[in-house]
Design a protein around this ligand. Structure first.
Ligand code: GLP
Length: 244
């Protein structure tokens, strides 16, 4: 993994956006893996800014989002489809039919997971997968567990994850209990991974991600096995390159 530390988030957002856009400049029909949550909002704003300045086009870009809540209307402002439209897709020239977010309202969720993986494997591998990290080390919605799934699947959200995401809803009761997420296999299949970690309260989980033993109890530690992971953070952490 490569760790870059930033003093301010604006600078981090700019670099993160530049990395994503450099992939598109090199391959106009690139496949980008998209994330939601608070961490990517600033970098999406930077991408919109560059598009509006005429510096980049997303006309041929294809995107796959990591996850979506189950049972939340797609039109709900906190559905991840709504999030992506509001923060990015509505403001750039991407073709909406090339943007993929799992359907958390499918009558047959199992079939929806299979459909999502088939589309991902047909169009992939993802050129650059953007990731945030949960306080418990989840990526996408792959929650800590004794085993992790390879493919897209339905998950029961941990109570600490629901607590953390409560800030986007009126109350905890409104936070969905389930989600659909890309599996660890699909995430690790990406050619490169960009992990964005913001806020000093994430320093401890980032330290475990970078330096801790690889364990399914901290899903993000599996990123240690991937050959091309760039971590951008404003946390005060170190990446220990040796045993000492
Ligand atoms: C949600 C998303 C994750 C994201 C995490 C952290 O749970 N499913 O993909 O990484 O939130 O979000 P934030 O950046 O808001 O801390």
């Amino acid at each position: 993994m490569i760790l870059h530390k930033f003093k301010n988030q604006a600078e981090l957002d700019r670099v993160a956006a530049d990395l994503m856009m450099s992939v598109v400049r090199g391959r106009p029909n690139a496949v980008l893996g998209m994330a939601t949550g608070g961490s990517p909002v600033g970098l999406y704003q930077e991408m919109v800014k560059s598009y509006k300045q005429g510096l980049i086009s997303f006309k041929e870009v294809r995107t796959f989002n990591l996850d979506e809540y189950v049972g939340l209307a797609v039109t709900h402002p906190e559905s991840y489809r709504s999030f992506m439209q509001r923060n990015l897709f509505d403001h750039i020239d991407i073709d909406i039919k090339n943007t993929h977010v799992p359907n958390g309202n499918a009558a047959d969720i199992e079939a929806e997971c299979r459909r999502y993986d088939e589309a991902l494997y047909q169009q992939g591998p993802v050129d650059m997968q953007l990731l945030g990290i949960g306080h418990n080390g989840h990526i996408g919605f792959n929650e800590p567990d004794t085993t992790l799934s390879r493919f897209t699947h339905k998950v029961t959200l941990k109570e600490d994850t629901r607590e953390a995401n409560k800030r986007f809803f009126n109350s905890l009761d409104e936070v969905p209990t389930h989600a659909v997420t890309m599996g660890m296999g699909s995430i690790l299949h990406a050619k490169s991974i960009l992990l964005v970690v913001k806020g000093q309260e994430k320093a401890e989980i980032l330290d475990r991600t970078l330096n801790g033993p690889i364990t399914t109890q901290v899903p993000a530690t599996l990123l240690q096995t991937h050959p091309r992971v760039i971590v951008l953070t404003d946390c005060d952490v170190n990446y220990k390159l040796s045993h000492s």
